[in-house]
Design a protein around this ligand. Structure first.
Ligand code: G4P
Length: 529
């Protein structure tokens, strides 16, 4: 197969949802369709169960699972599908944000009863900001839930999406009879007796046919006819172009657990979802079809074996072919590296591969030379954009609890930060180190890993910070800027890239500063123009 055909047949995407909406179940059913797994239950949930905060073994176990499910690849009708795992737990949201830099599209799973939930809102916002094409899957139609039109409204309002239903439910919960597929113009009936069986659906191709009344009853048939008329009246026609530009989001209904509505979703997905897309680097736009290889690190996973500090760096291939045993330029370090055993990922295993294509993810063994956002090329200086840090939610001083192990502690902190576990800030006025995280769980993980992987001990001390803002000014010599630096001295810190950060202790103090120093911009993420 030619290089171009290999690119054209790849679809790399992520499934995002609030925990429990059914992401794991849907992933599993997709894999079943691809023949990548033989039975249900093969995909492990990477959910961090409630109460895991104090259970280190559980955290470790979860880390192991999340290596296994980081990338799931399978083939369906000649299309190579790469699903990138995105942790739903909010304490790992940052990991998910970064993974979203490596996907070409997403599927958003929403629980029909719960509607739009907190994590869905945050993740969709990130996708919207980046114009990532999204398909919405409304799950658990076998349960009582919200009215379809109400839910579509809620999605539009809370998520700011422009929805286009491509399927529509016939009843729900106890009365769930099936789905009218607007996209394929046919009906799949849900047979309540054998809810677990894929084969139990019957197809009807015409909505106006009296056959429909026989199958679902006169009342349900009429309701459906009315609803479809309404759908056609309210919502715009599906436009592939608008979907690809992030201006329109197709919606499917179904029940992942019952494998109902999943095939429709998958068939539409492989048809409309984008092939690997060009990516903006700081230097220029890079197209997948370019001959020269380039890629970037979006995730780093520490080894499960505490005696070996080997890590696995996940690289998304942006352009060209990635070949085994070929020297590539590590742009940040300006050195050539060769990889003898790059891993490709399949549903249940990983394998060493000789060659990978744009859209693919390869896992590279790393002993500490990579950090998130690093770029590999054949020699060109490229730095991929779009792996920003967000302001953490929690802040604590980190102290060394074993003076004999200071070196180990700093090395450990350094490497964990490169993995993206948390962010490190060093206060300007006294050099103290502050760890910022998205969730409280990370502090436990860091403490545990520092001890078990680096032999270092730490303690934390609370620090009252509301938000970290990255500071930018046009004129560092202005009196206003100088005054800001002087007055806020105790609240200024440097991040790992040595960028200046203002640790505002309250919303009020942040707003006051914004008012008082209008020539200074306070950015909520580390990456800005
Ligand atoms: P997540 O990865 O998004 O967190 O969700 P997951 O797939 O683990 O699903 C969460 C729960 O919802 C699971 O039940 C799962 O069986 C159930 N579920 C998923 N899809 C459907 C559906 O279409 N209909 C119904 N009724 N339930 C669905 P659980 O009891 O938490 O887990 P388990 O013990 O069944 O594994």
């Amino acid at each position: 197969m030619s290089f171009i055909s290999e690119i054209n047949r790849r679809r790399t995407f992520g499934i995002i949802s609030h925990p429990d909406a059914g992401k794991t179940t849907l992933t599993e059913k997709l894999l079943l369709f691809g023949g990548a797994i033989q039975e249900a239950g093969a995909v492990k949930s990477n959910k961090i169960k409630k109460g895991a905060t104090s259970d280190f073994m559980e955290i470790e176990r979860q880390r192991g699972i999340s290596v296994a499910t980081s990338v799931l690849a399978f083939e369906y009708n000649g299309i190579k599908i790469n699903i990138l795992d995105t942790p739903g737990h909010k304490d790992f949201a940052e990991d998910t944000f970064r993974t979203l830099t490596a996907v070409d599209s997403v599927i958003v799973v929403i629980d029909v009863a719960k509607g739009v939930e907190e994590q869905t809102e945050k993740l969709v916002e990130v996708c919207r900001m980046r114009n990532i094409p999204m398909i919405v899957f409304i799950n658990k139609m076998d349960r009582e839930g919200k009215d379809a039109f109400d839910l579509l409204d809620e999605i539009e309002q809370k998520l700011g999406l422009k929805v286009v239903p491509l399927s529509f439910p016939i009843g729900m919960g106890y009365d769930f009879k099936g789905i009218y597929n607007i996209w394929e113009k046919n009906i799949n009936l849900f047979s309540g007796d054998s809810r677990k069986d894929i084969e139990e659906t019957i197809e009807v191709s015409d909505l106006s046919s009296p056959e429909l009344d026989k199958l679902v009853g006169k009342k349900a048939a009429n309701t459906l006819r009315e609803e479809i008329e309404l759908v056609e009246g309210i919502y715009p026609q599906f436009s592939k172009e608008d979907y690809l530009n992030g201006k329109q989001q197709p919606v499917f209904f179904g029940s992942a657990l019952n494998n109902f509505g999943v095939r429709e979703l998958l068939d539409c997905f492989v048809e409309i979802a984008p092939k690997p897309r060009p990516k903006q680097s700081e230097e220029r736009l890079v197209k997948p079809e370019e001959k020269q290889f380039s890629g970037f690190v979006f995730k780093i996973h520490a080894n499960m074996d505490p005696n070996h500090r080997n890590r696995l760096a996940f690289i998304k291939i942006v352009s060209g072919e990635f070949k085994r045993n070929t020297p590539y330029l590590h742009v940040r370090q300006n050195k050539k590296l060769k990889f003898s055993s790059p891993n490709a990922f399949f549903a249940e295993k990983k394998e060493i591969v000789d060659i990978s294509y744009p859209g693919d993810i390869v896992g590279l063994q790393d002993t500490g030379s990579f950090k998130i956002g690093d770029t590999l090329t054949e020699g060109e200086i490229l730095n991929y954009k779009g792996v920003p840090s967000f302001s953490p939610e929690h802040f604590r001083y980190i102290n060394n609890a074993d003076p004999m192990k200071a070196k180990q502690l700093y090395k450990g902190i350094d490497q964990l930060m490169d993995e993206g576990v948390a962010q490190l800030f060093t206060l300007d006025f006294n050099g103290r180190k502050v760890i910022g995280t998205v969730g409280a769980l990370q502090y436990e993980v860091i403490q545990y890993r520092l001890e078990h992987e680096y032999g270092a001990k730490c303690t934390y001390e609370n620090l009252n910070v509301h938000k970290a803002c990255w500071i930018k000014t046009e004129n560092e010599k202005s009196e206003e800027y100088k005054e800001f630096i002087r007055v806020k001295q105790r609240y200024l810190a440097r991040d790992k890239q040595n960028q200046l950060v203002f640790l505002a202790d309250s919303m009020f103090s942040l707003q006051m500063s914004q008012q008082k120093y209008p020539s200074i911009t306070f950015h909520m993420t580390s990456e800005f123009e």
